[in-house]
Design a protein around this ligand. Structure first.
Ligand code: C5P
Length: 232
């Protein structure tokens, strides 16, 4: 859904990395601290997959998925106190459905299609607005905002990411099981890393941060120091 034109003079900080690495929380903390806009691009892929399922569109029907994109009437609302972005589809809050584990798996299936990724470029780029944008995803620094002033790529061991995801689900009162979460993360990582278009990769000019032994506030501090060094 495209409603505005981007402001190409607004600075962009890209935050990429695999599932469960803590990008979402980090992005919301950075956006709140800087009072910048935030783009949760994973939520766009999730919404597309959810809407496709609701409309009985197959997740391997590339042309039908791409054709659905301009028809999606959606609103994203950052919830800084909860470190997440709420998703409204046709006026209804569908955040819980969009954030479910099933929808995450479907999202990674729709994300392999070149026509889908291409159709989503302009949608994502319109989030570039003053005073700046934190863009969270898999290909923010490589494909969507290749000219971003600051690029970050977060990593962590799969077991550590599974632990974080498990804790997050438990806190939300959602039943979870560690081996199943680890298996899902590994499957999604493999699909995201091996797809033909925009595979999950750090941009050449990205700062790679291994967060395995860092708290979220440590990660935020490292990123803010890097941004300052870049004079942004
Ligand atoms: O980050 P999140 O778990 O919400 O993303 C769901 C899925 O959407 C990812 O596993 C990935 O396949 C896809 N995605 C993507 N490119 C992005 C953001 C998400 O391919 N920029």
């Amino acid at each position: 859904m495209i409603t505005t034109t981007p402001d190409l003079s607004a600075p962009v900080l890209t935050l990429d990395g695999p599932s469960g690495v803590g990008k979402g929380t980090t992005a919301l903390l950075l956006a709140e601290h800087l009072a910048w806009q935030v783009l949760d691009s994973g939520a766009i892929y999730r919404l597309l997959a959810y809407a496709a399922k609701a409309q009985h569109i197959r997740l391997d029907d590339e042309a039908a998925l791409a054709a659905l994109i301009p028809k999606l009437s959606v609103r994203f609302v950052p919830l800084f106190d909860q470190h997440t972005v709420a998703v409204y589809w046709a006026g209804e809050d569908i955040s819980a459905q969009v954030r479910s584990r099933n929808t995450g798996e479907w999202a990674s299936q729709v994300a392999v299609w070149p026509q889908v990724r291409h159709a989503l470029l302009a949608w994502q780029r319109q989030f570039q607005q003053q005073p700046g944008l934190i863009a969270d995803g898999r290909d923010m620094g490589t494909m969507v905002f290749p000219c971003a002033k600051v690029k970050i790529f977060l990593t962590a061991q799969p077991e550590e990411r599974a632990k974080r995801r498990y804790k997050q689900l438990k806190e939300k009162g959602i039943d979870a099981n560690m081996p199943a979460i680890l298996q899902e993360l590994n499957l999604r990582d493999a699909r995201d890393q091996n797809r033909q278009v925009a595979p999950l990769l750090p941009a050449e000019d990205a700062l790679v941060i291994d967060t395995s032994n860092l708290s979220v506030s440590d990660v935020v501090s490292v990123i803010l120091a890097h941004k300052k060094n870049k004079r942004i």
